[in-house]
Design a protein around this ligand. Structure first.
Ligand SMILES: Nc1ncnc2c1ncn2[C@@H]1O[C@H](COP(=O)(O)OP(=O)(O)OP(=O)(O)O)[C@@H](O)[C@H]1O
Length: 192
């Protein structure tokens, strides 16, 4: 069954506004407060961890703990964007475990030249995006995780390369199976 956002129990009845700790029912106002609270948390030390699935959830929890009760928890409804449906909720855990065991087996992409790192990291990021484990906040968690992965592998993180449209295009292309734009983006981010 495909759920309309209006039927989402995480939303206020009859709306597509996510229930939130601030009890804001207006989407524009929620966006404003969500961004401010997110930025404050993003500025803090992100929780340390092993770059595994639990760590990934802890990063989401850290970033969104002030806004959503379910921060750090995976979603229970089906969602999609721009006609692309993400992983069905019943398969999220197993798919995420697969992705993270792949990263662990590859030693979290340490010891690679930036060109190779970019290709491998693009693949992991594309897979994580295709799963889209959380109801909201996936993009920001993806980029925070990428920054940690790059730092762990000894690369710099040039946030200036993160132009919004460019990230979006690269992600959408990756969903369609072409990870080249995403790899090029990561290459630019990692340029010293
Ligand atoms: N049509 C699409 N197909 C595949 N991925 C998409 C599509 N549209 C957006 N995305 C990706 O989904 C992620 C955004 O997911 P979500 O809205 O849960 O995160 P967010 O952090 O709240 O938003 P944002 O990343 O826009 O700040 C981004 O990585 C974005 O590139």
């Amino acid at each position: 069954m495909v759920y309309a956002a209006e039927d989402d129990p995480l939303c206020y009845p009859g709306t597509t506004v996510l229930r939130n700790k601030l009890n804001i029912g207006d989407q524009n106002k929620l966006d404003e407060f969500e961004l401010a609270l997110f930025l404050t948390r993003a500025d803090e030390e992100v929780p340390a961890g092993n770059l595994d699935y639990d760590h990934y959830k802890a990063i989401h929890h850290h970033l969104f703990q002030d806004i959503y009760e379910w921060a750090g928890e995976v979603r229970a409804i089906r969602i999609g964007k721009g006609g692309n449906w993400f992983c069905y909720p019943e398969y999220i855990d197993q798919e995420m475990r697969k992705i993270f065991s792949g990263l662990a087996e590859a030693d979290y992409l340490c010891g690679l030249a930036i060109e190779d790192f970019a290709v491998r990291a693009a693949h992991s990021l594309a897979e994580i995006n295709a799963v889209h484990p959380f109801r909201e906040g996936n993009g920001r968690t993806q980029l925070t995780f990428l920054a940690m992965l790059m730092e762990n592998a000894g690369f710099s993180f040039n946030a200036d390369a993160l132009e919004r449209e460019r990230v979006l295009d690269a992600m959408i292309e990756s969903f369609a199976g072409d990870e080249m734009l995403l790899a090029e983006l990561i290459l630019d981010i990692g340029k010293p």
